[in-house]
Design a binder for this molecule. Structure first.
Ligand code: SF4
Ligand code: SF4
Length: 245
């Protein structure tokens, strides 16, 4: 099978499993690829969140959002494992990573290879001012996962700059003042974009007020983003032909 045929077969298979978006990244473009040359390709998989749930979160998290968050993570785990099994069955190495989770307070970063970094390298979207992945079609209303592999997949064109334009909605609406307002470009650290500790404290407080136990979810910046709103309201993306990236 040619590289292109393999890539397209995997793409349609992952979409058929229920993913909303799938893309392929070449990790060797990173200064220090975290898994070396052995697992130098990654499949970026995204599962969209339910539109109705997403609309409600602009007022803060609730039990429906918590349930939707868990559902999407479960779906991602299932799809990523199935994708890895297909690749293994074809004789390639493949490792399904866990879906994104909230890092513990005080931690410097989430992981050596955040799923949203893989997604930008795969060309699925850019990083917004609030440090979430933003996509033209779904905004930030997505959960993400990655599968690392040595399969020779055709990588997408990486997204290297922000397409937030003059929007500052997430910075203005963040109840914890965590979003600093800087525009992302490839290589900018998460700390330059937002204060993780302030975000975490705010998410814990909002989750406690909503009766969500030990969860620390917020979702306001995700919900208020114009790209997310366009998805949730079923209208055209504010970025127009950005979807053609
Ligand atoms: S998740 Fe909530 S607290 Fe964190 S940056 Fe977004 S709006 Fe602010
Ligand atoms: S709300 Fe605006 S600034 Fe924030 S991520 Fe979305 S487009 Fe970018």
């Amino acid at each position: 099978m040619t590289t292109r045929a393999l890539t397209e077969t995997l793409r349609s298979g992952v979409l058929a499993l229920g993913a909303g978006l799938v893309g392929f990244a070449d990790l060797l473009v990173l200064d220090r690829p975290p898994f070396g040359r052995e697992l130098s390709r990654a499949v970026s998989i995204a599962v969209p969140l339910d539109r109705e749930v997403v609309r409600r979160v602009s007022r803060g998290p609730d039990a429906l959002y918590a349930r939707e968050y868990d559902r999407a993570n479960g779906e991602l785990e299932r799809i990523a494992r199935a994708c890895a099994m297909v690749l293994s069955g074809m004789g390639y190495r493949a490792l399904a990573m866990e879906p994104t989770c909230t890092p513990p307070e005080g931690s410097a970063d989430t992981t050596p290879l955040p799923h949203k970094t893989v997604a930008t390298l795969a060309g699925l979207g850019w990083i917004g001012r609030c440090a979430l992945l933003v996509t033209p079609g779904f905004g930030s209303a997505l959960r993400l996962c990655s599968v690392l592999t040595d399969a020779p997949l055709d990588a997408g064109e990486p997204w290297t700059d922000s397409a937030c334009g003059d929007c500052y909605e997430c910075a203005e609406r963040c109840p914890g003042g965590a979003v600093r307002g800087e525009a992302w470009r490839q290589g900018v650290s998460r700390e330059r974009l937002y204060d993780h500790a302030a975000c975490r404290r705010t998410a814990e407080e909002l989750s406690r007020e909503a009766g969500l136990g030990s969860m620390a979810i917020c979702g306001i910046c995700m919900s208020v983003c114009p790209f997310t709103r366009a998805y949730a309201d079923g209208g055209p993306s504010p970025g127009g032909d950005l979807a053609l990236h």
